[in-house]
Design a protein around this ligand. Structure first.
Ligand SMILES: [Zn+2]
Length: 187
């Protein structure tokens, strides 16, 4: 199991490196900009998001910024997070940097009603559910605790209260689970 997890993770890293625009992983602690973002988020969320450097993985362009403890995470956990982050890499390629700053950061509001950010994050969280089902089965993807966590991320301070409509998040989760359950099982 552990070997399989490691192989799966390493295969993904190879795929990332082989892309036309290779995706690289870097530590947030190496970058002054990441330190600045951390400080800004603490201020903007009144301390609600104070785990940006320690617990969160953030994609900017083709760089995936990880916390200093990244190597301590299990291969399985790292694989799952990377699959989510790769959705953001593709979004940067689709919308370009200025587009992402605008859509993710400011449309129509930077907080409270950040429709753009909510749509971009939903695309990535749908993949989070898919990966959960892929690795741990449909029951894991259907785990209410995971759903609560996703709802909290959309409606709470983690992403600057990006979306106030809890019912919308729950509906999208339900739709995604239905779609996953209708797929033929992986060989
Ligand atoms: Zn995300």
């Amino acid at each position: 199991m552990a070997d399989l997890d490691r192989q799966r993770y390493e295969r993904l890293l190879e795929e990332m490196a082989r892309r036309e625009a290779p995706v690289v992983i870097r530590r947030k602690t190496e970058s002054w900009l990441q330190g600045f973002i951390d400080s800004a988020l603490r201020v903007l969320t009144l301390g609600g998001q104070d785990r940006y450097l320690t617990d969160y993985v953030t994609t900017l362009g083709t760089t995936i910024w990880v916390p200093a403890t990244w190597e301590d995470w299990s291969y399985r956990a790292r694989y799952k997070v990377l699959r989510h982050e790769l959705v953001h890499v593709r979004q940067f390629e689709r919308y370009t940097w200025p587009g992402m700053v605008l859509i993710y950061g400011f449309f129509p509001l930077p907080a409270g009603l950040a429709w753009g950010r909510a749509m971009l994050e939903w695309e990535a969280y749908a993949v989070t559910l898919e990966v959960e089902a892929e690795l741990d089965g449909l029951a894991a993807a259907a785990d209410p605790a995971l759903h609560e966590e996703i709802v909290r991320r959309f409606t709470g301070p983690d992403y600057g209260w990006m979306w106030p409509f809890e019912g919308w998040v729950r509906m999208r989760i339900a739709e995604t689970l239905t779609a996953i359950s209708r797929r033929p099982p992986m060989p």
